[in-house]
Design a protein around this ligand. Structure first.
Ligand SMILES: Cc1cc2nc3c(=O)[nH]c(=O)nc-3n(C[C@H](O)[C@H](O)[C@H](O)COP(=O)(O)OP(=O)(O)OC[C@H]3O[C@@H](n4cnc5c(N)ncnc54)[C@H](O)[C@@H]3O)c2cc1C
Length: 476
């Protein structure tokens, strides 16, 4: 990287090393940018994917069902191969409209990079209790779902044992299953709306599999406890989402997990002078993902909250390619109708599997199954004579019969390694659902020794299921 009197120079600077930032950096290099820098405040790349150890990533991009760390690793390898400069443990603190990025790290102190183009890829953050104003005391034991996820999946700590989750979006649902598999009792998931905001498959595999109650049209109206949460009061809400008097119910618990929404990380975007869309709370961008400030691009969750990482990567590619062209002084074409793409629906067709909620599960009799083999998400019905309808391929028929007779699940969890590292692991094929807890017990009874590479077999034929437990991340 070139250096000019205390200020470094680069063609493209990407802020944030999550899936959006990594794919932007890769695309920028591939489009001819020579010096591409990723600035990432954490100690490694991959962003939120590191803690999303469940599977369900990459069906569109790689036509495979990967865990979050596995999806991230694919991009980390591309970043490495293309000689992209990665500055981890480095926090970007300022950007000028003229594209000078100021950052700070232990190694370099304060420094600036004069960038040909900048890509904002800082992701989003969770709404906290403060944003919800729940009355009651201020005991410990109230966590956002993402913080709890980080504690259990990265740090190896259990946030609590008896849990109520507020919010039934995918993060809330996934944490309900995760905590249950690790031995906690999830007493209820409360959802203020009349249907869950999560993917249908997550309602099935995270709640129904474990008989976790989903309390629709309910919210938490009070938190009890002094030092530690002792319980919460929940109540039904009316059509204006106001609690209905007389419907209060006390639930004893030691932990309340809040999974009530995400907001784009937009402080830096504002400093750069980019226009913020009041609806998405992220920068206004055009079809090249260029903000209203020339040469500053944005992609991924910093623009608007995305449900699927695959679309985040697509957006990163668009932004990275355009940033490379801008830094080379080439013009970017923008069609009039796409000047502000935030206000337009994504060009990518939304797969059926993404349809939301419990209602999507209600069939016309028989057993209704949402197929998860591919992103199509066919809604398949199996009647009592095992006649199957609604599938679009023979794999769907097989899946549906299996699901109603002897369901199987891919198990994803973490394993403790000497030195305190939590290594994400998965079974390499689905195991019978009733064996999940036996498999967890065997996994939790073992300690790993590093180094471990993604794909290494850790336990062969776990619990006689025929499936091996393999590492889903590399720790060298
Ligand atoms: C719990 C959960 C479950 C999910 N499940 C699925 C799923 O099953 N399937 C699926 O496809 N998608 C899923 N997603 C969605 C997907 O993971 C996200 O959409 C995607 O990770 C967003 O990528 P991003 O790069 O925009 O943001 P992030 O992954 O959040 O990355 C942003 C990065 O920017 C860094 N950063 C921020 N500010 C600065 C700064 N000032 N300086 C330096 N670095 C900075 C952060 O440290 C972070 O690494 C899930 C998300 C969550 C939270």
């Amino acid at each position: 990287m070139m250096k000019a009197a205390n200020t470094l120079k680069a063609d493209v600077v990407v802020i944030g090393g999550g899936p959006a930032g990594m794919s932007a950096a890769v695309a920028a290099r591939e489009a001819g940018a020579e010096e591409v820098v990723i600035i990432e405040r954490e100690s490694r790349l991959s962003g939120i994917l590191q803690q999303c150890i469940h599977n369900g990533f990459g069906l569109h991009k790689f036509r495979e069902e990967l865990t979050g760390p596995e999806y991230g690793l694919r991009y980390e390898e591309m970043v490495k191969k293309l000689d992209i400069i990665v500055m981890t443990e480095t926090m970007a603190v300022d950007i000028t409209p003229g594209r000078v990025v100021t950052a700070v790290s232990k190694e370099r102190g304060y420094f600036s990079i004069d960038a040909g183009a900048v890509v904002l890829a800082m992701g989003c953050r969770e709404k906290s209790r403060g944003a919800l104003s729940i009355p009651g005391t201020r005991p410990s034991g109230v966590f956002t779902a993402g913080t709890a996820q980080k504690l259990v999946n990265i740090k190896g700590y259990m946030p609590g044992k008896r849990i109520v989750i507020l919010g039934s979006g995918d993060i809330g649902l996934i944490m309900a299953r995760r905590m249950t598999l690790e031995g906690a009792e999830v007493k209820a998931v409360c959802e203020i709306m009349e249907d869950s905001g999560g993917l249908t498959r997550n309602i099935v595999q995270c709640l129904r599999d474990f008989d976790i109650p989903l309390m629709l049209r309910h919210t938490v109206v009070k938190i009890h406890g002094n030092k530690r949460v002792e319980g919460v009061t929940v109540a039904r809400v009316d059509e204006n989402l106001k609690p209905i008097p007389g419907t209060q119910e006390y639930i004893e618990c030691d932990t309340l997990m809040l999974s009530v929404g995400l907001i784009p990380e937009n402080e830096l975007s504002k400093k750069a002078g980019v226009e913020i869309d009041p609806k998405t709370r992220g920068p206004v961008v055009d079809e090249n993902r260029q903000t209203k400030v020339p040469g500053i691009f944005a992609c991924g969750n910093v623009v608007k909250v995305h449900e699927l990482v695959d679309f985040v990567s697509d957006e990163g590619e668009t932004a990275g390619r355009a940033a490379a062209l801008f830094s080379q002084g080439k013009s970017l074409s923008v069609s009039e109708s796409h000047k502000n793409s935030n206000s337009h629906k994504s060009a990518v067709s939304v797969p059926r599997e993404q349809k939301k909620g419990v209602k999507h599960l209600q069939g016309s009799g028989g057993n209704t199954v949402i197929c998860t083999i591919c992103p199509m998400g066919c809604k398949i019905t199996v009647d009592k004579n095992m006649n199957v309808s609604g599938n679009t391929c023979s794999r769907g028929e097989k899946y549906a019969i299996q699901e109603v007779t002897a369901p199987k699940r891919t198990l994803t969890t973490t394993m403790y390694a000497e030195g305190g590292t939590m290594v994400p692991v998965r079974t390499d094929s689905p195991v019978p659902r009733e064996k999940l807890f036996d498999c967890m017990e065997e996994i939790n009874s073992k300690t790993l020794i590093l180094p471990i590479r993604s794909g290494d077999i850790i336990i062969e034929n776990i619990e006689g299921t025929g499936a091996n437990v393999v590492a889903a991340g590399s720790f060298l």
